[in-house]
Design a protein. Structure first.
Length: 111
């Protein structure tokens, strides 16, 4: 399993955001899409899920644009760096409890 540094996760976010944004928009408007638009959004989503799997990060939610990056804290705890599409960069992390347990990243936690 690939483990990400905070810097690496933020580099992925820069590349991922423009690819994920149209899928998030389509997912949010799903009931308004034509069958052709749905098919295209599904195709793009499948492509992104494959890319995520190959690169070690996890797309958790297309409607909210939530992506997790496996990481280890300075103290050796396994966590997920957690980014949401409306956030400018990775600013939160959580343990196995998931999104509900998100905590703000404090300086030095991932040095």
């Amino acid at each position: 399993m690939k483990l990400f540094t905070l810097k690496e996760a933020n580099e992925v976010v820069k590349q991922l955001k423009p690819l994920l944004a149209p899928i998030v928009e389509a997912a949010r408007r799903w009931d308004e899409l034509t069958p052709e638009e749905m098919e295209e959004a599904e195709r793009q989503a499948q492509w992104l899920l494959k890319a995520a799997s190959e690169n070690g990060f996890i797309i958790r939610d297309f409607v909210n644009g939530i992506v997790d990056f496996p990481a280890v804290t300075r103290d050796g705890d396994f966590v997920y760096l957690c980014w949401k599409i409306d956030e400018p960069e990775v600013m939160y992390y959580h343990g196995p409890e998931g999104f509900a347990g998100r905590r703000r990243i404090k300086p030095g936690l991932f040095d």
